[in-house]
Design a protein around this ligand. Structure first.
Ligand SMILES: [Fe+2]
Length: 130
């Protein structure tokens, strides 16, 4: 059994209720994937993650644009690269080329935690200091 990847924790709060709720829901979906790691249903969860992530990134970027966040272009590139990765995972899953769901779950959870800590919280501090 692989070691557990940390999910949501209170140090990830950005202070924006909508964004925080969306982040928490993404972790809930990833927990769901972890629990169903051997089942076919993880493909459906991956689709759910892809759709929800797209919506969440749009909301986040709209907020950054409204706040005139200077690092928006950089942040958009990070979002686009994750969407690209998830799209590749979906393609592999649909071609039955993906079997290591633990690896997928781990990658997504670590990406999300790191992104919130390093990027979203930078935006949060920018808003608070305005
Ligand atoms: Fe973000």
């Amino acid at each position: 059994m692989s070691e557990t990847v940390i999910g949501w924790s209170d140090d990830l709060y950005t202070g924006n209720t909508i964004i925080d709720t969306q982040h928490q829901f993404l972790f809930t979906l990833l927990d769901k994937m972890e629990k169903d790691a051997t089942s076919d249903s993880v493909k459906l969860i991956l689709t759910e993650i892809a759709n929800y992530t797209t919506t969440h990134f749009c909301d986040e970027e709209a907020l950054m644009s409204k706040e005139k966040f200077p690092d928006l272009v950089h942040h958009r590139i990070l979002h686009a690269s994750l969407i690209h990765e998830v799209t590749l995972l979906q393609e592999q899953a649909s071609q039955h080329k993906l079997s290591n769901w633990v690896h997928v779950h781990r990658f997504l959870k670590e990406w999300l935690r790191e992104h919130i800590c390093n990027e979203d919280l930078t935006f949060s501090r920018f808003v608070q200091e305005k």
